[in-house]
Design a protein around this ligand. Structure first.
Ligand SMILES: [Zn+2]
Length: 76
């Protein structure tokens, strides 16, 4: 039996940063898709943010490399 996960196409999430408004956006793209160039909201130019592996896979654990540390297990 093949686990359902392997039968689905993996959709990697790329992270882009807008050089204009400095907003960080995530875009789900296939490997064959062309990279985004333009920020839809402001028209600024996007730069791909390279993560640890270049790609962030949703669902395979939450990443928190560049973001603020979330609440560290606080048992109050
Ligand atoms: Zn922008």
């Amino acid at each position: 039996m093949i686990p359902p996960l392997l039968t689905e196409e993996v959709m990697p999430t790329y992270v882009y940063r807008c050089g204009d408004c400095e907003q960080t956006i995530e875009a789900m793209q296939r490997f064959s898709d062309r990279p985004l160039r333009k920020h839809k909201e402001c028209g600024g130019s996007l730069t791909k943010v390279v993560q640890a592996a270049g790609v962030v896979f949703k669902g395979s654990g939450y990443y928190s490399t560049d973001s603020r540390t979330p609440d560290t297990a606080s048992d109050s």
